[in-house]
Write a protein that binds this ligand. Sequence first.
Ligand code: ARG
Length: 502
Amino acid sequence: MASDIYREGRLGSGVLADVVNYISSYSDDVEIFDEIVKINMAHVIALHSAGYISREDAAAILRVLSSLEPGMLSSMPKMEDAHMAVEARVLEGAGTPGGNLNLGKSRNDQVAAAIRMRLRSYLVDIIGSGAALGLRLIDKSRELKEAVMPGFTHLQPAQPVTLGYLLLAHAEEMLRDLHRLVEAYNRVNLSPLGAAAMSGSTVRLNRHALANMLGFKEVLRNAVDAVSSRDYMIESLAAMLSLALSASRLAEHMVLWSSPEFAYIEIPDEYAATSSIMPHKKNPVVAELARAKAASPLSSLVAVAAILKSLPYSYNLDLQAATPYLWSASKDLLSTLNVLSGAVSGMRANRDRMLRDAQAGFVTGSDLAEYLTVKFGVPFRAAHRIVGRTVRRAVDEGAQWGPAIRRWLEEYAAEEGYEVRLSDEELASVLDPVEAVRRRGHVGMSGESFDAAASELESKMRHILSWRDVVMEELKKSQSILEERARAIMEVSRHGDKGPVQ
Ligand code: ARG
């Protein structure tokens, strides 16, 4: 039986190893160790600024804190959590002054702050990697803006598009996800510090100064809310999930289009694997796993929601169990975005094959029906029927989608009482998928409007990257303010000056 620094008062017995193992968050606390240390440093500075502890005492504690590394957790006997371990180390290293480390602070506001800080870093990375993937998609779409292929609905040939246009659609979808993540970031970056266990404390600390030193934008006003709330986890995981789902749909297209049945794209060899027995195989393994790993934020979201559901205010240890789901989801998403970026860049398209399918798949059927309406005044529902019958006849007779269908078209139109006369060139132009794409310039599918759509999207992606840069800069700045203030206390105290360092 071991003892620990919190149990010596209220709890008489030592602690059972099995129980510590069961309740300890040690293995997950490695993620937030650096954040815990920074929060403690900021807290010590705030205690000193408010006159609760002397400069010497603050300096003694800060010296121990600045020497701590996450590796210490594995070299120490297991405790409830890293918060306790850090305090134990401070008591050990700084002696009696270390006993004031948790004056006006609890593990409850501390862990809430640490999670928000760590999640903040993951969100910044995910947003950066997501925008980088978006930019790769835009580059690729420009390269393939004229690569005509059939577009699908119900996975049946529908209307002509270009591969570039479809890739741009993926980038549009991802842009919205990135905006969702930025929104989530703004609600994550709020400071719970000062809330202490649940209702604040009698110790009057400058909550805004504390928040500033740790890079938080604002403080959470209500102390109960500050320690109880984890809705930012739900929001962040939902935004991550949305991006992961977008990535999984892109990945699915890569799997589908690279199969020999489609053979529209070739995935770079570096992003594929082969079989141990079938020497001919080229498997799109990266895309397959990108598809599967979308399950990670989904399952994390469900797990966190299940933990939060009906949980009473304020802190409950159930909350500890929710935290690791954030890290697994973040890591899985981040690795997916990074690896897909490379796969997208190296992807090559088989333009001939795509065009051939576009020519063979009746994908200009709706263009033809619209032509009958616009040019010959056939009401669209009748035109739809006339073209539908024509396609059916062509399929039955094994005829090509070209001049051969003209007589059936004219015949069925006549049966409905409409006179339709088309020259061969006119018909060829209406049926040609390449021209059909050009005729859709107004929806950004071709020509200048494609370029304009791609440029607008690119500048929005770049805007996200600049947002990321600004945020990183601000975080770095607050980090150096924290370090600077800690250094000032430690240095001045060596020279024996006793007043508070502001
Ligand atoms: N290990 C805890 C967590 O991760 C820290 C807070 C513990 N608070 C407490 N009163 N036991 O949530």
